[in-house]
Ligand binder design. Structure first.
Ligand code: SAH
Length: 206
């Protein structure tokens, strides 16, 4: 089933980085879902993961990763750890990952799953709007929830030359944006179509 999903992803001409397919092969998605969904884990669908949140569609994970243009050893900040699947894909591609989750329930659950694979990202319970100033600057930032706008703190924590991939929009749908920081004060912005993410919310939940 995992191979079949990879074949599906390979049909999508937007995904060109072969390392993404390798990562999908190494990180079994069914570990990140509740047992009831195991059979469907390799279909191209989003699923509930608790606390009203969802694991992203495989194609969305692959596409956001593609837009990051990731190199081994880069420092990546992820906003919205959720199930930890995207986190592990990034780790598996050799990134040094820092990830923030605002739902306590998901934060507690995800550590065990990630440990299982032997990856060592730094996961923080907190508000992604603030980023992780202590570990900044980052080569890349990936936001996996729908942001009403581009959080200023995150832009500040991005290296010059760095890339942020972020779905932006206030309603149910967002536009996938790639922001490239070309100087301390300037960015370029590209748009890549419509996606549906759970909203990026301020402050931490219980
Ligand atoms: N990358 C995850 C996506 C999960 S959905 C995966 O593949 O499973 C998005 C996640 O963003 C949810 O878990 C939600 O709780 C989290 N989130 C929403 N607002 C946030 C914020 N301000 N800071 C950190 N995480 C946030």
């Amino acid at each position: 089933m995992r191979k079949q999903l990879i074949i599906e992803l390979q049909k999508d001409t937007r995904i060109t980085d072969a390392q993404i397919f390798e990562a999908f092969d190494k990180v079994p998605r069914h570990f990140f879902l509740d047992l009831a969904f195991t059979e469907q884990a390799y279909t191209n669908m989003a699923f509930q993961i608790g606390a009203g949140q969802t694991i992203s569609h495989p194609i969305t994970v692959a596409f956001q990763t593609q837009l990051l243009n990731l190199k081994r050893g880069e420092k990546v900040l992820e906003i919205g750890t959720g199930s930890g699947f995207q986190t592990c894909i990034l780790c598996s591609m050799g990134a040094k990952v820092f990830s923030i989750e605002r739902q306590k329930e998901l934060f507690m659950k995800v550590k065990h799953i990630i440990d299982h694979f032997g990856f060592t990202p730094r996961i923080m319970f907190g508000d992604g709007y603030k980023g992780m100033p202590t570990f900044a600057p980052f080569d890349k930032i990936i936001v996996t929830c729908g942001a009403p706008d581009i959080p200023e703190a995150l832009l500040q924590q991005l290296k010059v030359g760095g890339i942020m991939v972020i779905p932006v929009g206030e309603g149910a749908e967002q536009i996938m944006k790639r922001i490239t920081k070309i100087s301390e004060t300037e960015v370029t912005e590209e748009s890549f179509g419509t996606f549906k993410f759970v909203p990026m919310l301020e402050r931490t939940a219980k």
